[in-house]
Write a protein that binds this ligand. Structure first.
Ligand code: IMP
Ligand code: MG
Length: 189
């Protein structure tokens, strides 16, 4: 091994991160959620709607745990940008490419925090004539809720801390972590 590779800083073992859920814990929970969704939607061909960017890894694991025919679409909603608190402003940045009238929609989201994003999105999809609109969320920060949101399939409830990894970012960083972590000191990079 060259000495330069030994000095390469590892993102995955970054000392500023404290593991909240390991890759194994996440996989176990996602497999359970997938089995539950497959049972509930058997014979209905649901349309899964991945909310970009944060839910991209959760979605890719979840769809492989749902052993029934399904469709997959992507939507992008305005997010916090580089801040760790919601602005309360919700905007669709990338819309659906297909009509959803009469479809059973299952939104796949990384985290429900204030609930502003999801309450807006669910109302928006219902107004377009979806047959049903349900929500699968990997994480729930219940303490921070401003708008009521019913989570039909939930991975884990977490305390009010800013988390990263497994798709979730802090200023676009850390999405590639295979696990979920809390940033110990957000001012340190
Ligand atoms: P809400 O509208 O406040 O519920 O915000 C939901 C969105 O904020 C999520 O889809 C995430 O993109 C982002 N978000 C909220 N909390 C966190 C966090 O702890 N880490 C990373 N992103 C978060
Ligand atoms: Mg998100």
């Amino acid at each position: 091994m060259s000495s330069s590779s030994a000095r390469t800083p590892s993102e995955f073992t970054n000392p500023n991160l404290e593991t909240l859920f390991t890759a194994e814990q996440i996989q176990t929970r996602v497999a359970e959620l997938g089995a539950e969704i497959a049972r509930d939607y058997a014979g209905r061909n649901p349309l899964l709607l991945c909310v970009l960017k944060g839910a991209f890894i959760f979605t890719s694991d979840l769809v492989r745990a749902i052993d029934i025919p399904l469709g997959l679409e992507f939507i992008a909603i305005s997010s916090y940008g580089a801040a760790t608190r919601s602005s309360g402003e919700v905007r669709i940045v990338k819309d659906l490419d297909v009509p959803i009238e009469g479809r059973d929609i299952l939104i796949v989201e990384d985290i429900v925090d204030t609930g502003l994003t999801l309450s807006y999105l669910m109302a928006n999809l219902r107004s377009r004539g979806a047959e049903s609109v349900k929500l699968a969320a990997l994480l729930n920060k219940q303490e921070r809720r401003i708008r009521e949101v019913n989570i039909d399939y939930l991975g884990f409830t977490i305390p009010d801390a800013f988390v990263v990894g497994y798709g979730l970012d802090f200023a676009e960083r850390y999405r590639n972590l295979p696990y979920i972590a809390v940033i110990k000191d957000p001012s340190r990079q």
